[in-house]
Design a protein around this ligand. Structure first.
Ligand code: ADP
Length: 308
């Protein structure tokens, strides 16, 4: 049974379609990145999983439990950290951790203390004095100290400094080693890259890609640049090449293009036949990968058969 199964979910706010036939699958024990530009529908999806909003069509399930009709049972299995934590200004950080922890069936005291130490939180201060980062730490400690099977993190490290970001990453690795499941919505691509087994990319309320980073990369274009001794022939006959630029200069023929995975071998072959003096082949960076998905830059034909 999947930890998260969202099937065909639609949610409309007034005239705004926030979720449009959204599918999302997170298998048990995986750390799953949830990526998309602002307004794409990440928080709405997470709120549907939390049973905080009723979807107009489709179903959202956690461990086979319907998130709307079985939300109490579903909440026993999950812990949640939002990106902007609101606390009780008059309570101390420690008391806030306990209140939040109780929502999840109570925190393990030893684990709670270890996490307070690791996140370098002073739990004796009232939360009204806390910075945004400290409020995030309270929610993280409260969630991580529970025995939840599924952790829903919605931009959990916003406001944390890089050292604390590192602590968070270590905690997620430990959750994974314990066999727990994590859905991580994040703008920090490096965080997603190091932590996530699989990634889903959401745009305008629909998951448009889902797979491992290697899978996602295999549907994007590789940049090739070379300087050759002879003119390169055959490139313009290849399907799957874009941005082909050729210029003849004193030091040789400068050729550059971006190639779809299926065209890369043949294209590099054409370049090799023209005796390259230099050749660089550059896979897409994570930034390019996500930008291309957001901007529809990759032609639909190349994206066909995208891993689901
Ligand atoms: P993300 O978390 O990816 O930034 P959201 O899920 O917050 O995106 O928002 C998805 C879309 O739904 C946006 O267009 C947003 O303006 C809209 N939306 C979200 N919540 C509400 C709401 N309560 N009322 C009206 N529109 C909403």
């Amino acid at each position: 049974m999947d930890a998260i199964a969202v099937r065909g979910v639609r949610k409309v706010f007034g005239g705004t379609v926030a979720l449009n036939d959204l599918d999302l699958t997170v298998t048990q024990g995986e750390v799953h990145g949830f990526l998309g530009p602002n307004g794409a529908g990440k928080s709405t999806t997470i709120r549907a999983l939390l049973g905080q909003l009723r979807v107009d069509a489709g179903r959202a399930m956690i461990f086979g439990l319907d998130c709307w009709t079985r939300s109490v049972a579903a909440h026993r299995r999950l812990a949640y950290v939002p990106g902007d934590v609101a606390l009780w200004p008059g309570l101390t950080g420690g008391a806030s951790i306990d209140v939040l922890g109780r929502l999840h069936g109570g925190a393990d005291p030893r684990r709670r203390q270890q996490l307070i130490d690791r996140f370098e939180l002073d739990p004796t201060k009232r939360t009204r004095t806390y910075s945004k980062g400290n409020r995030q730490k309270v929610a993280l400690v409260a969630a991580l100290a529970t025995n939840a099977d599924l952790f829903l993190f919605d931009e959990p490290t916003s406001g944390l400094d890089p050292l604390m970001e590192e602590v968070f990453q270590q905690c997620v690795r430990e959750l994974k080693n314990e066999g727990r499941t994590v859905l991580l919505s994040s703008h920090i691509l490096s965080e997603v890259e190091v932590l996530c087994d699989r990634v889903s990319i959401i745009r305008r309320g629909t998951v448009i890609r889902s797979g491992t980073l290697t899978d996602l990369r295999s549907h994007t274009l590789t940049r090739v640049a070379a300087v050759t001794r002879h003119p390169v022939s055959g490139l313009d006959q290849l399907d799957g090449l874009v941005d082909l630029v050729v210029s003849t200069r004193p030091d040789g023929v400068h050729v550059g293009f971006r190639a779809a995975p299926g065209a890369l071998g043949a294209a590099v072959g054409c370049v090799a036949a023209a005796e390259p003096a230099s050749l660089t082949v550059q896979p897409p960076s994570l930034d390019e990968l996500f930008l291309s998905n957001y901007r529809d830059e990759v032609p639909t034909a190349l994206a066909e058969g995208a891993v689901r």
